[in-house]
Structures are given as C-alpha cells and as structure tokens.
Design a protein around this ligand. Structure first.
Ligand SMILES: [Zn+2]
Length: 133
C-alpha cells in the first residue's frame, strides 16, 4: 500500500537571499548584485568609521550601477557634512555623548571640526525652514 510521506521527507526549498536595486527598485537574487562604494559626504557607516564618506551602492546591472555612480560623481563632497554625519551617529547611538571631549572621542573630530559641523547642520536646518511653506 502506498504510504504518503510526511513533511519530514520533503526537502524545504532554501530561500534565495534577495537584493533591491537602488535605482529601479527591482528585486533580484543577491548573487547577481553589482556593488561598489562611491564618495558621499552624507554617509557615515553605522559601525565601521573607516567607511565614513563612502556609500555602498547596490544595483541590478552594470548600467544601473553606472547611472547611480554618475549621480554621486556630480554631488559635492563637503567635509562639514561628513563631520555632521559622524556627530549624528555619535549622538543617536550608544550611550549619550554630552561633552565636546566625549564627542571628540566618539567621532575622532577636533573641537573646530565639531563646531564647523554643528554650524553646517544648523545652516541646513535654517535653509530647510526657509524653503518649507
Ligand atoms: Zn536596476
């Protein structure tokens, strides 16, 4: 008599890790991804400061990678913006850093850089308020 096998007998299909294209938002298998870093002063890496100022691009094909890369090539690299990104990371993760010394230790920035970053950030906030209705 034929006996039906239970679920244990079947091999479950292993899920394929998927990626999302940064340009067209197409979902595709991770192994097909085209990846690379581009300079971007707004990018502070969540855990590895040596990647600060670099943005990881993920694309579905070489053409889409190049389109994104060309976009970043025309974006100005502003040191104050990168310092502000490092400050934001320091102020929004881990134990709160309250003093300039603590901020300096957490970001690797000197006092003048921290002040320049705060001034840059505040100026962007004022610009935003002027353009918002
Ligand atoms: Zn794409």
């Amino acid at each position: 008599m034929w006996k039906r096998k239970g679920r244990k007998g079947r091999r479950a299909a292993r899920p394929v890790p998927m990626e999302l294209c940064d340009l067209c938002a197409r979902v595709f298998p991770e192994d097909d991804a085209v990846r690379g870093y581009v300079p971007d002063s707004s990018a502070a890496h969540a855990t590895q400061p040596c990647f600060d100022g670099l943005r990881l691009i993920t694309a579905c094909c070489d053409d889409h990678f190049d389109v994104i890369k060309d976009g970043y090539a025309h974006r100005p690299f502003v040191e104050e913006e990168l310092w502000a990104a490092k400050l934001t990371r320091a102020l929004t993760t881990g134990t709160p850093a309250l003093s300039m010394d603590q901020l300096g230790c957490r970001t690797g920035l000197q006092d003048p850089q921290i002040r320049a970053a705060i001034a840059w950030h505040n100026e962007r906030m004022r610009e935003q308020q002027r353009t918002d209705p």
